[in-house]
Design a protein around this ligand. Structure first.
Ligand code: SF4
Length: 700
């Protein structure tokens, strides 16, 4: 299914109407707005005012405050008055779940109201019930009657509204008809839009959040497509983009960057919130890093620039559909490492200068890689130039092996390097125990067909696989693919393809689409990524994580987006940072994109005024006990009102249900209520054991 309204080959921003939230305008040509949410008790006026002030000073352009009750909603007036006295004019949004009466009050005070279609007029009971058409219609009408007064109030006041659907809190009615799906999320939101449009109220922004990045991406894309289908060619409604319950530290940032960044690269998103289980002020620089990265791509490819967006691409648009299954590819073996086919997506390091100083580089790589826990670098790609370097390959390999890192090695060779090509095809060059993974050769617009053929023939003679790395502008990629594939000579030769690391993710989509057009859709694709330390004046701070945020955001967006779409068989990283950090980050991105699981996943809410315990501290405590259980999903949620619904596909849940009290879940089932907080982590561990999901931590 090719989605209407999204160009897979260029990051052209989707056209939307402008919605005013006080003086801040969302959508149209306005910048992508950054917002966040307080996690103070809304009845704590001073505390909330202080946090709103800090957020505004950090660059947050819109601040959301929870309004769980009528009292809280009324207290928004006091908060607003204090902010005015302090000269803070950031627009406020009231966050509403389950309490339409609070929404009616908030709509008189703040600039925007967020409602959740899953619980605005429904209580979540996890009931399974069949609805016939007339019963379903009656329910929709009941919800509309409940919602209409808020629409009319917002219209009268000029208050904006976000229809904010969450994957985990769909109503029982929607769940029973559409299941726990992106389609259900979209249908749920559109029912509420119908009421708005019937009253000619259009100041609407949408969100489709999920903690699963693939579900979030799918839901936003599907909503864009459905809105375009409703009113083709018209400016549509702006999107608020976010990944909910993303967690904390590196993984929270990675998940957010994958989900939000991917959508911005699709041109979807007019305001964003990064939601971390941390002080909300720390969300702002991460959000800024994501919008700045998107801004760079949007500017480079705008139709008025000399970028590729204005140039027709000679490839059939790739399916950015709703089934994000991994693209199928042929299986290969690179010096003992299975690649493509059913093999997991591999993680490789590229080391340019290894053969210039083999012993020194081997020692550095081995030392840095030895710091890895739970994951490992699976392959090395090293540059090889001239016969002297070629003669040092064995030394480098043996050196690494003696240091406990006997990894498969592939060579990057210049197509015109006669010395290496001649040397590599001699009968006895490498010892039997050291076969090479593949040769990587770069092709650009100036490469001659005869050089491509000679390289392929030499690889065939040396019995080694190849990878063509293509380098060119987006519109040149189809031609480069054709040149590579048509000059490979006779007999079959295992071949993978890639683009240079500076190529955009849209360029990689063009590559995948061209391969499909050339009946070569099963060639494995290698994703290349540079991870460099940011300049000292980096625009984002590292917020206590071990990875520079700029490298983290760029890699998460670029790789994560492609991986979520099922593109990529190998991630090959050229690292300007510590190689262990780069490898670890790559595995975290693979997990964030739900493509390769190597650690425990935590789904923790960002906390808000409803939160019943210290989420950051508790999550860290649970993490310390359980972070050696790969594949397990543990939810840590601040309140029983929203927590159980929001934790979607978690295996175990730890949910605040009263002051000092925790309710524990296995899946969606309550298994222990009112557990004293002090005992709750131990009880959670017991539950994991009782359900056969525990393994003892390996000893160091
Ligand atoms: S789950 Fe967390 S963020 Fe959501 S309403 Fe409850 S406490 Fe607030």
């Amino acid at each position: 299914m090719i989605l209407r309204g999204i160009d897979p080959f260029s990051p052209a921003r989707r056209r939307t109407r402008v919605v005013s939230v006080g003086d801040v305008k969302i959508g149209g040509q306005n910048p992508i707005r950054i917002q966040s949410m307080t996690n103070t008790d809304t009845m704590d006026t001073a505390g909330t005012v202080e946090q709103v002030t800090k957020l505004a000073e950090a660059g947050c352009e819109i601040v959301r405050v929870t309004a769980p009750s009528i009292r809280d909603a009324e207290n928004l007036r006091g908060i607003r008055e204090q902010l005015v006295k302090l000269g803070i004019d950031v627009p406020l949004v009231a966050d509403i779940h389950f309490t339409p009466n609070a929404a009616m009050i908030a709509a008189d005070i703040v600039e925007k109201v967020r409602i959740n279609p899953g619980n605005y007029a429904d209580k979540k009971k996890f009931e399974v019930r069949e609805y016939d058409e007339s019963q379903y219609g009656e329910e929709v009408e009941r919800v509309a009657d409940r919602f209409r007064p808020l629409v009319l109030r917002c219209q009268t006041n000029g208050t904006a509204m976000r229809i904010g659907t969450n994957h985990g809190s769909l109503s029982d009615r929607i769940m029973n008809r559409f299941g726990d799906t992106a389609l259900g999320m979209v249908e749920s939101a559109l029912e509420f839009l119908d009421v708005c449009e019937a009253e000619s109220y259009f100041d609407v922004v949408f969100s489709m959040k999920a903690s699963n990045t693939q579900v979030a991406i799918t839901a936003y894309r599907l909503l864009a497509e459905r809105l375009e289908a409703r009113k083709p060619g018209e400016d549509s409604y702006p999107f608020h983009v976010g990944v909910t319950e993303a967690g904390a530290a590196e993984d929270g940032r990675i998940k957010s960057a994958i989900g939000i960044g991917s959508l911005l690269e699709d041109g979807l998103g007019d305001t964003i919130r990064v939601s971390l289980t941390e002080d909300p002020v720390r969300e702002v620089p991460v959000a800024r890093g994501i919008t700045e990265r998107a801004g760079r791509d949007l500017i480079v490819s705008s139709p008025t620039s000399s970028g590729d967006a204005s140039i027709e691409i000679d490839a059939t648009p790739i399916d950015l559909g709703l089934e994000q299954t991994r693209r199928s590819s042929v299986a290969m073996n690179w010096a003992g490492l299975d690649v493509g086919g059913e093999a997991p997506i591999r993680v490789e390091l590229e080391i340019a200068d290894a053969l210039a100083r083999p012993a020194e580089v081997a020692a550095r790589i081995a030392t840095e890689l030895s710091a890895l826990h739970d994951v490992e670098c699976e392959s090395l790609l090293i540059g090889c130039s001239g016969s002297e370097e070629f003669s040092r390959i064995v030394e480098f390999h043996r050196e690494l092996e003696s240091l406990g890192q006997g990894l498969p090695i592939s060579l990057r060779i210049d197509l015109a390097d006669d010395e290496v090509l001649d040397g590599a095809t001699q009968p006895v060059v490498l010892p039997i125990e050291m076969s090479l993974g593949r040769w990587v050769g770069r092709i650009d617009a100036s490469t001659k067909g005869s050089d491509i053929l000679r390289f392929a023939e030499a690889a065939r003679k040396a019995r080694v696989s190849i990878e063509w790395e293509l380098s060119g502008q987006n519109h040149e990629i189809p031609g480069l693919v054709r040149a590579a594939l048509s000059n490979m000579g006779g007999d079959s030769l295992d071949c993978a393809v890639s683009l240079v690391p500076s190529a955009s993710l849209h360029a990689v989509r063009i590559l995948a689409a061209t391969l499909a057009d050339q009946q070569a859709s099963t060639l494995p694709i290698v994703l290349r990524q540079r991870m460099d330390a940011p300049p000292t004046s980096a625009s984002v701070d590292s917020a206590g994580t071990s990875i520079p945020d700029a490298a983290l955001i760029d890699a998460s967006v670029r790789l994560g987006s492609l991986l979520c779409d099922g593109i990529g068989d190998v991630v090959s990283v050229h690292s300007g940072i510590d190689v262990a950090v780069a490898v670890d980050l790559t595995y975290r991105i693979l997990q964030g994109a739900r493509q390769r699981t190597t650690r425990t996943e935590y789904i923790s809410c960002p906390s808000c005024g409803r939160t019943l315990f210290d989420l950051e501290e508790t999550t860290a405590k649970i993490q310390a006990r359980t972070d050696h259980l790969p594949g397990l999903k543990i939810a840590v949620m601040g309140c029983i009102v929203n927590g159980p619904g929001e934790m979607a596909d978690a295996d175990f849940g730890y949910v605040g249900s009263g002051v000092g009290q925790i309710t524990l879940y296995v899946g969606k089932e309550v298994v222990a209520r009112a557990v004293p907080e002090i005992e709750a982590t131990d009880r959670l561990v017991e539950l994991i054991r009782d359900n056969g999901r525990w393994v003892d931590e390996p000893e160091d």
